[in-house]
Every structure is written in structure tokens, then in C-alpha cells.
Design a protein around this ligand. Structure first.
Ligand code: SAM
Length: 274
């Protein structure tokens, strides 16, 4: 996969040289290029922002440096094998609190792409016409890290590149570890423990020492259901009942959920007593 990031703070992205993503870059699994938006300005002050039309607080990122930066990235791409194919169209991800919310499903979807370009906004964001213009050559996706406002897109890009990059073949040493993680099957991960088995007066669930793989798997699945019900009940109600076995249903019923072929829903206290 190739990733290009455009930012006025290219040094912010230096963290992508570290750990597994840095190793993936060195091993050629991920080609990551960071570009300074100010290199695409023409004035002495390397200006990238201006006042907003219609008035109001803050500054807006000027369109022309963005167009030049994106054109330069397009010019540097290897010729597409099949013109017009999905592979021929890079995805332009525009971090924005006004975008669709990034999640594991989107990370998996984007990990299938050949070329991602991230446009880090600052100030009040990028002139909207850049997104309209870019849609001629890119699949444009405004993406939010969550329902809060950051100062710039760089932190969002660090998170997204790490989440996407670790799904690329060969990046995480043991691909098994991706399978059981939080959000891989719609549930949060079960609690994990390591040695010593007694620590400051606290033990671990006995079953984990039993060596009985079926019991351990069942215990972990129940812990996933319990933890998800406690922390993210919205995920429980989004479960597909077809993917739940008899033991899952029993655990969910014990947690106060009704499982029917139509879905999983919390049973109100008044329904439970009646
Ligand atoms: N005026 C914008 C709004 O209200 O939607 C917020 C601009 S914010 C101060 C500056 C930049 O930070 C945005 O252009 C975007 O690149 C980035 N940003 C802020 N919050 C974000 C979030 N939740 N997810 C992704 N990027 C975010």
C-alpha cells in the first residue's frame, strides 16, 4: 500500500517511523510519504490560510496549495494497470469532525485500497471546493476520529494509519492476534492476564489455568459479552442473532437481554418482573 500525507506540520508524522508501522515501512510493506503543504505555496510567507467568506472566527485553508499538492501526488503515482479500475482511483481521506466516524470496519475497508492520501486540515478546515474538485480524480471521504474537535488532522492520521497499517499482510507478526481483538467480531475483547498468577492479593480466573481449551474459549466469549454489555450496550444491540450460539444467548439473557430472530434488545426492568 502507498500512503501520502499532506500537512503543514510534516514533523508531526515522524511517529510513523516507530514501532510496527516504522518496521513495515522499512520492510517495504507500506510506502509512506509525507508532504509539506507549504511547499506548494508561491508567496514569500508560504501562506496557506485566509479569512472566511461570509465572516466569522478563524481562518480557512486556501484551495490552490491543496490542488498543487494533490496534483503532485497524482503525477508521482505509478501508471495504473487498468485505467478506470478501483485500483486506479486513490482514496482521499479528509480528517474532519464533520466526517463519517472511523471504526474497525472502515479500517478493514481502507486496508484493501492500493493508495490512500490524507489531507490534514488546520484552522477552520479546507476550502470546500477542494473536496469537490478532488472528487474528479479521488474517491473523497471526510472521516472523523470521534465526536470532539482536534486542532488539526495530524493526530487523526496517526490513529488511522496505525489502525489501517496493522491490518496489512505481514505487519503484525501473528495475524491470529487480529482475529480476537476488540471490534473484530462486533464485541470488545475479553480481559487478559499474564504472570504471576497471584499479584498483590489478586488472582486470575481459575479456568485460564485449566488447560481446557473449550472451557477457556467459552469463558472468554462470556467475558466479551459481559464487558461489551457493561461498556458498550449499543454494540450488543447491534449483534446479529444468527451469529450467536445457545451459550451466548443464555449469557445475554442473564445480562438482561432478549434474543429473538429479529435482534438483541435490552429487557426493561418492568418486563422482567412481569
Ligand atoms: N471548523 C471545523 C468544524 O467545526 O468542523 C473544525 C476545524 S478543526 C479546529 C481543524 C482540523 O482538525 C480539521 O480540519 C480536521 O482536519 C481536524 N480535526 C478536528 N477534529 C477532528 C476529528 N474529530 N476527526 C478528524 N479530524 C479532526
Amino acid at each position: 500500500m502507498r500512503i501520502d500525507v499532506v500537512s503543514i506540520f510534516p514533523e508531526y508524522l515522524a511517529a510513523l517511523d516507530l514501532s510496527l508501522i516504522g518496521k513495515a515501512r522499512r520492510e517495504g510493506l507500506l510506502q509512506l510519504h509525507v508532504h509539506d503543504l507549504r511547499d506548494f505555496t508561491a508567496d514569500r510567507h508560504r501562506t496557506v490560510d485566509d479569512t472566511p467568506y461570509g465572516g466569522g472566527a478563524g481562518m480557512v485553508m486556501k484551495p490552490e496549495p491543496w490542488a498543487l499538492a494533490l496534483e503532485s501526488i497524482l503525477a508521482g503515482r505509478p501508471a495504473p494497470a487498468e485505467s478506470g479500475s478501483r485500483a486506479a482511483r486513490p482514496v482521499l481521506i479528509v480528517p474532519s469532525p464533520a466526517g463519517e466516524v472511523f471504526n474497525q470496519a472502515l479500517a478493514y475497508e481502507l486496508a484493501e485500497e492500493d493508495h490512500l492520501v490524507f489531507a490534514c486540515g488546520r484552522y477552520e478546515g479546507i476550502d470546500e471546493r477542494v473536496l469537490e474538485w478532488a472528487a474528479q480524480a479521488f474517491t473523497v471521504r471526510p472521516v472523523s476520529l470521534g465526536d470532539y474537535v482536534l486542532n488539526g488532522g495530524e493526530v487523526a492520521v496517526l490513529a488511522m494509519v496505525e489502525a489501517i497499517g496493522r491490518l496489512l499482510p505481514g505487519v503484525v507478526g501473528n495475524p491470529e492476534s487480529l482475529v480476537e481483538e476488540s471490534h473484530s467480531d462486533g464485541l470488545l475483547e475479553y480481559p487478559v492476564y499474564t504472570k504471576p498468577s497471584e499479584w498483590r492479593g489478586r488472582g486470575i480466573p481459575e479456568v485460564l489455568l485449566s488447560g481446557n481449551h473449550a472451557r477457556i474459549a467459552r469463558h472468554r466469549r462470556d467475558e466479551q459479552l459481559r464487558r461489551t454489555a457493561a461498556r458498550r450496550p449499543d454494540l450488543i444491540e447491534a449483534l446479529d442473532p444468527a451469529g450467536l450460539d445457545k451459550a451466548d444467548k443464555a449469557t445475554l439473557e442473564g445480562l438482561g437481554y432478549a434474543v429473538t430472530p429479529d435482534g438483541v434488545r435490552a429487557v426493561q426492568a418492568s418486563e422482567r418482573t412481569s
